[in-house]
Design a protein around this ligand. Structure first.
Ligand SMILES: *Cc1c(COP(=O)(O)O)cnc(C)c1O
Length: 391
């Protein structure tokens, strides 16, 4: 079955009392049992009957099953946000005295989690160039607990070869974990790329209309002890399980994800091509462009459609601010993969609280503007970009 068909036709675990066509929102925290024995079985995990909605809820379970059905994962766990999923993932794989091999090109809060928060718990983070195989091999030692990467880094648009990283991880017997927020799991087969776990901010493409926060761990079942820690320790003890309302919104988003992704990617490619021909634009970052240094590797791993994130560079920060302030249709906002087109200056906002030296080390330039291309007509989007560039 094709992925959109799967997204829509994943069967329900049980029929709803009223045979509702869409999964109802089970907006209740507790569930009743016929007798003490059935109750004990549920609480001890001997059956999968829900008992309390911090750890199991039918609407959330159905969302997880749809994602598992599309992605081919063994298990999926849904969390309150992308960061809740990432921290649950890392806390399930790391422990004091061990280290994580990753890149400087990371989402801001992931960077702070790995290099700040986790250091207090005795976990070391090694920042290397993940596109340099020898450097990665050298950084991994007997205390390394995982290799962590972002499939397309934001805002640098770097694409590392996950198949190469997977072969290093396999040799060392450690998991390869990828944050695949920027290219959704409908576009590639994580298992055949050699990913052991994907973490996703489902706030972005899956929600689509910026309706709800959410995060996912997509687990291929290659590290059963880590899987157990995610499902038991992390979900039960950290308390970051997704809410039924968010799961409902995200089930709806999932049904149109593939259609939205291909339309947004096609518009983004056209906008990126046009930006390349503007003299004031000094560089364009979009892996779908033939001129992008990682274009071939992107195509090999994730296919023809290269997503909705496009970056471009102007002469200086002042020019970037002028461009953003002149926009009339495009919104000044931070989200990614919204149905609306959005613009932001990453260096002064998302990475604003970091020191300049840190931004420099992370290759976050104050000449870069990030666009998230929406579902509007391409000429309307381009019209606003070109009038703002002309100011
Ligand atoms: C937004 C984002 C996150 C964090 O997700 P939240 O849902 O905001 O917690 C993590 N990684 C990437 C790549 C993101 O874009």
């Amino acid at each position: 079955m094709e992925k959109t068909t799967k997204a829509i036709h994943t069967p329900y675990q049980r029929r709803d009392a009223y045979d509702a066509l869409q999964m109802p929102v089970y907006n209740c925290m507790a569930f009743e049992f016929d007798n003490a024995e059935v109750m004990a079985d549920a609480f001890c995990g001997r059956t999968d009957a829900p008992d309390y909605s911090r750890v199991l809820n039918p609407t959330v379970t159905h969302f997880e099953q749809r994602v598992a059905n599309i992605s081919g994962a063994k298990e999926v766990s849904a969390f309150t946000s992308g960061m809740a999923a990432i921290s649950a993932m890392i806390m399930s794989v790391a422990s004091a005295g061990r280290n994580i091999v990753t890149s400087r090109h990371l989402f801001g809060n992931t960077y702070l989690l790995l290099t700040g928060t986790l250091r207090r718990f005795g976990v070391e983070t090694r920042l290397v160039d993940l596109t340099d195989k020898e450097m990665v091999e050298k950084a991994v030692d007997e205390n390394t607990c995982c290799i962590f990467l972002e499939s397309v880094t934001n805002p640098q648009t770097e694409v590392a070869d996950v198949e190469e990283l997977s072969s290093i991880a396999r040799t060392k017997g450690i998991p390869l974990i990828a944050d695949t927020t920027i290219v959704p799991f409908t576009q590639f087969d994580g298992k055949s790329l050699g990913l052991d776990f994907q973490v996703v901010s489902s706030t972005k493409y899956i929600s689509g209309g910026a309706t709800s926060l959410g995060g996912l761990i997509i687990d291929y079942g290659n590290f059963p002890e880590v899987s157990r820690l995610i499902k038991k320790d992390a979900v039960f003890n950290f308390g970051g399980y997704m809410s039924p309302q968010a799961a409902y919104m995200q089930i709806l988003g999932l049904e149109t994800l593939d259609v939205r992704y291909s339309r947004q990617a096609q518009t983004a490619l056209e906008i990126a091509r046009r930006l390349e021909s503007v003299p004031e634009v000094l560089a364009v970052g979009y892996p779908g462009l033939e001129s992008h240094p990682n274009h071939e590797i992107f195509r090999k791993l994730y296919g023809e459609n290269a997503g909705a994130m496009v970056t471009f560079d102007l002469a200086d920060a002042g020019e970037c601010f002028k461009f953003i302030d002149s926009l009339k249709l495009i919104h000044r906002a931070t989200n990614l993969f919204d149905n609306r087109t959005l613009a932001i200056h990453p260096a002064s906002t998302i990475f604003g609280p970091l020191a300049e030296a840190e931004r420099k080390a992370m290759d976050v330039k104050d000449t870069t503007i990030r666009l998230s291309i929406g579902l509007e007509n391409v000429e309307d989007i381009w019209g606003d970009i070109s009038q703002s560039l002309g100011k």
